[in-house]
Design a protein around this ligand. Structure first.
Ligand SMILES: Nc1ncnc2c1ncn2[C@@H]1O[C@H](COP(=O)(O)OP(=O)(O)OP(=O)(O)O)[C@@H](O)[C@H]1O
Ligand SMILES: [Mg+2]
Length: 253
């Protein structure tokens, strides 16, 4: 089982990348996959055509609120994992044909993600299925790194946009990941769809990290997102999909 994580600044294309990566693994028959939406904005479900509410599933945050706050319990002094882990698998896991899905959900307590993150982290330690991949879609920025939902990762894909800030993001993300001792095998840089073609040499020079290429701009992706269609249903000919395929093949997938 491999653990893959996307990172990057807001709007760089992380969630699109996760969706197209999922499509690729499904088409290669490398399933089942567990997808984790660690972004409180919850865009991944939409890009995959899943409505958690509709299928009666809840986010980790919702389950915590039910367990602790609404049932009159207290979060003080109770290891949350003890009471929430089984609920996450039972009530929070959407099970699809090729992939399962769970979401951390919206802000639980103002300013603090500790509980939902710990709950999710503990639940993940007791994985119940033999997943081929666990893929985590992160929110924009770096703050989430400190939450360490997964401290053992195979590959990190940092999606950049064409900005100075984006290069700073990569440098800091790499530094922080090392500082807080997240174990990873590869830290790859991937160009988002707005990155110019000729940036490759620049990226490697500036970051000293391996650049896997860029995700092509694709009008079709934009349309699918606009109309809430699942990116998994994009045709084989999709430009963005094929660029993601090449990127992943370059990383050995
Ligand atoms: N390859 C692409 N071609 C065309 N449009 C794209 C492509 N990738 C992303 N987009 C557009 O850019 C928007 C942002 O992409 P996406 O949601 O994947 O970014 P993100 O990094 O996950 O954002 P956030 O930080 O908000 O989570 C999408 O709504 C989509 O319309
Ligand atoms: Mg996103």
């Amino acid at each position: 089982m491999k653990r893959l994580v996307t990172m990057g600044r807001g709007g760089s294309g992380k969630t699109t990348f996760v969706s197209l990566m999922t499509k690729y693994f499904i088409e290669k028959g490398e399933t089942p996959i567990l997808l984790i939406d660690a972004d409180p904005d919850q865009n991944l479900s939409e890009m995959l055509g899943i409505d958690l509410k509709e299928v009666g599933k809840k986010t980790v945050s919702e389950l915590l609120v039910e367990t602790f706050l609404e049932s009159g319990g207290t979060t003080v002094g109770v290891p949350p994992s003890k009471r929430i882990e089984s609920k996450i698998w039972e009530l929070g896991l959407y099970e699809g044909q090729n992939f399962d899905f769970m979401a951390i959900g919206t802000k639980f307590i103002e300013g603090c993600y500790c509980l939902p993150n710990n709950a999710l982290k503990n639940a993940l330690q007791g994985l119940i299925k033999a997943y081929q991949y666990v893929i985590i879609d992160s929110p924009g920025g770096l703050e989430h790194l400190n939450r360490r939902i997964s401290s053992k990762i195979d590959d990190i894909f940092d999606i950049i946009d064409p900005s100075q800030k984006s290069f700073h993001h990569v440098e800091r993300a790499y530094k922080i990941a090392n500082e807080i001792k997240i174990e990873f095998n590869n830290f790859y840089v991937v160009g988002g769809n707005r990155v110019p073609e000729d940036l490759e040499a620049e990226v490697t020079k500036r970051t000293k990290l391996e650049y896997l290429g860029k995700i092509s701009y694709d009008k079709e992706v934009e349309n699918y997102v606009l109309y809430g269609k699942s990116l998994l249903d994009l045709p084989e000919t999709s430009i963005a999909y094929n660029s993601v395929k090449e990127i992943l093949q370059k990383a050995g997938y």
